[in-house]
Design a binder for this molecule. Structure first.
Ligand SMILES: Nc1ncnc2c1ncn2[C@@H]1O[C@H](COP(=O)(O)OP(=O)(O)OP(=O)(O)O)[C@@H](O)[C@H]1O
Ligand SMILES: [Zn+2]
Length: 673
């Protein structure tokens, strides 16, 4: 047998053809694929798709290349840092296969220009994203356009690939996703007990207060005072706001920027803590924090919980070890440490000496103070050279230094273990280390599922998980059917080509409902535009209601018997006559299915004596939804009320009771007539 010449494109085709079969292989050069995201998964995926022979690839990413991407996003080199990911990835990968055409787009997939009509130009969409918001957006567009989508994600050694197809499989939103972890504001503001509380405080509270946008709270406080709120509390808030104002001003002034860091320190680590300590009740069942002293820490004379602790802090792992190869450290995990070991921390020297790698070493209290001062000065210098605001970015050393130092100083005051710069980066940046191999495995699986979708081999589709289990590194499960109650994939979608500046809401309703008199409410996202009792907006144009290209106009059945109609607003075709109609109705008209009956699970229904609360809808913005507040008496089950009646009652702050339940005399309940 003659050897195969791997360098010729003929031999490349030879293998691909043998694996894919001639039918699919011949189809690939004409397939139009959209890849969203050119990061860890996106780079691997682009390489696979190019080598497999997909002919028309559009690659979209909003970001530029960061130095930290280079360890796994192998289409990028150091010289490419700061350039568009999509552009560089497309340029590099084009060289892998001369037969493919790659269109790079540097943009956000949520931009209005990428509307449903644009999505419909693709045969398949492959997601390589890193956030829920963008994933949900692409899912909705693909459900609306009936476009096959392969969703994917990795987290360390774990990964998942999920093929999604309207009406055949679950969509990305069929199962609610867990919300990211949140912390109560009072824990963050006043009573931290874990390192993460201090890190969140430094990143999301202190950083924005000092370096973010100036938010003037004067009006708010004046208003609260007028409303008769606790005067002492308002006075405290005023003093706090004023103190932050002075520090902000100092950070932005040439004359005072060198002392601004000390002012900031004094305010947040000393005065604010003293203030909190004056509220005796707060500390009856909690350990009291200790106000820090700038000069004493600097001079190695600071006494924390009975001991001198300026020079060392407990290491992140709680195991004490010499910081500079020096011994003589005694410690206690609550922050009371003694040391005879000094050493100053500048950004360059922090963590370089002593145990462990730079960034992975724990910092002494004095090092944290020095780092707080130096990072504040660096950030202040940036403000003075033109940056209006600076927010935390894990890859921005100045902000990472500031958050590390501020979080550790706060931890010391509250008797919490400090964290190394490395750990703060991980925790503040919500980072799970990315593993290049997981991305590579997942990208291969994405292409396999994409090929199943393209050849309509629906029985072969699988949800595949990469897991940290040597005996079964991959597991695959058959796909589930759509959730009949899903608020995304059960809608009846259609394109509405129109000129939003000319067409009114009433005209759209008349056309879409084909003259039927069924009662409906209309929405754009969460904004209600009309309902059977509120017709003020019907004669307004879509444009005046801010329902324009790229948005969806939703038409919901008032009694919830039919699924919602969701109209994707698109522009009129280019050849549409100027004096032609202002809209082209979809043909056929959308025909919403009957809505599935809600399943009332025994376990999730409230206990008999608990009033049934109906969740309040978010208040509409931009559009006036003036509804006179009616005081009403409710003597019926919420399920028997129409949506608009229910909504009005909710807006009046009423609790709806099931007709059979006993009414609690204390509740504000009146009867509807
Ligand atoms: N709305 C969006 N539109 C376009 N691209 C997006 C959008 N949201 C996220 N992305 C892109 O998705 C990619 C996800 O890749 P990845 O998870 O590897 O993130 P990364 O930013 O490259 O790495 P890391 O977050 O670990 O530093 C990123 O390149 C990001 O810019
Ligand atoms: Zn769904």
């Amino acid at each position: 047998m003659s050897p195969i010449n791997l360098s010729s494109s003929k031999s490349r085709d030879y293998h691909a053809r043998a694996i894919l079969g001639p039918k699919l292989h011949d189809r690939l050069p004409n397939v139009k694929v959209l890849i969203v995201g050119a990061g860890g998964i996106g780079c691997e995926l682009l390489k696979n798709v190019v080598l497999a022979g997909f002919g028309h690839i559009t690659l979209l990413d909003l970001d530029t290349i960061d130095l930290s991407n280079l360890n796994r996003q192998f289409l990028f080199r150091k010289k490419d840092v700061k350039q568009s990911k999509a552009l560089v990835a497309a340029r590099t990968a084009s060289a892998f296969n001369p037969n493919v055409h790659i269109v790079p787009i540097h943009g956000n997939i949520k931009d209005m220009q990428f509307d449903l009509a644009w999505f419909q130009g693709f045969d398949i969409v492959l997601n390589a994203l890193d956030n829920l918001d963008a994933r949900r957006h692409v899912n909705k567009m693909c459900m609306a356009g009936n476009i096959p989508l392969v969703e994917s994600g990795t987290a360390g050694y774990l990964g998942q690939v999920q093929p999604l197809l309207k009406d055949r499989t679950e969509c990305f939103d069929c199962i609610p996703k867990p919300t990211p972890k949140t912390y109560p504001v009072c824990t963050i503001r006043s009573t931290p007990t874990q390192p993460i509380h201090c890190i969140v405080w430094a990143k999301s509270y202190l950083m924005p207060q000092l370096f973010g946008e100036d938010e003037d709270s004067t009006d708010e406080l004046d208003e609260a005072e007028k409303q008769g709120e606790n005067a002492q509390e308002i006075e405290n808030l005023r003093r706090e706001a004023q103190a932050f104002k002075s520090v902000r001003a100092a950070l932005r002034s040439k004359d005072t920027s060198s002392s601004a860091a000390k002012m900031a320190f004094q305010k947040v680590f000393h005065n604010d803590i003293l203030n909190l300590l004056s509220m005796e009740d707060m500390w009856r069942f909690r350990d009291k924090p200790v106000p820090l002293d700038f000069d004493l820490i600097k001079n190695d004379q600071f006494i924390l919980r009975g001991q001198v602790v300026s020079a060392v802090n407990p290491p992140a792992d709680g195991i004490l070890r010499p910081a500079n190869g020096d011994s003589g450290i005694e410690g206690h995990p609550n922050g009371s440490i003694t040391s005879h070991n000094g050493g100053s921390a500048t950004p360059a020297s922090v963590g370089r000496s002593g145990h462990g790698l730079r960034d992975q070493r724990s910092l002494s209290l004095r090092e944290n103070l020095t780092l707080f001062v130096s990072s504040s000065e660096r950030l202040a210098a940036r403000l003075m050279t033109g940056e209006d605001t600076i927010s935390f970015d894990k890859d921005d050393d100045d902000t990472l230094d500031f958050v590390t130092a501020a979080a550790n100083l706060r931890s010391a005051a509250y008797g919490i273990l400090g964290k190394s710069r490395w750990e703060v980066k991980e925790m503040a940046g919500n980072i799970i280390p990315a593993i290049a191999t997981t991305n590579a495995i997942i990208s291969g699986l994405i292409v396999l599922q994409a090929l199943h979708l393209l050849r309509a081999a629906f029985d072969s589709l699988r949800n595949v998980h990469a897991q940290f289990k040597p005996s079964a590194p991959l597991s695959s499960i058959k796909l589930s059917l759509p959730n009949p109650h899903c608020g995304v994939c059960r809608d009846a979608y259609a394109l509405l080509q129109c000129d939003p500046s000319r067409v009114t809401l009433a005209e759209v309703l008349k056309g879409i409902l084909d003259g039927s008199d069924r009662e409906v409410s209309t929405y754009e996202d969460k904004r209600m535009l009309s309902d059977p009792d509120f017709d003020d907006n019907l004669d307004r144009t879509l444009e005046s209601l801010n329902v324009t290209k790229g948005k969806f106009l939703n038409i919901a059945d008032e009694y919830g018997e039919l699924e919602t109609i969701s109209l994707a607003i698109c522009t009129l075709p280019p050849n549409h006559p100027v004096d032609g109609p202002a809209m082209i109705l979809p043909s056929p008209l959308p025909n919403p299915a009957k809505r599935a009956k809600p399943v009332i699970s025994q376990a999730s229904s409230p206990p008999p004596s608990t009033p049934l609360r109906v969740q309040k809808r978010p208040a509409p913005d931009n559009v006036d939804e003036a509804q006179p507040a009616k005081r009403a008496r409710v003597d019926t089950s919420p399920s028997k009320l129409s949506r608009s009646t229910t909504r009005r009652l909710e807006e009046d702050g009423l609790i709806l009771l099931d007709g059979n339940r006993t009414m609690d005399e204390d509740l504000d309940i009146v009867v509807i007539d």
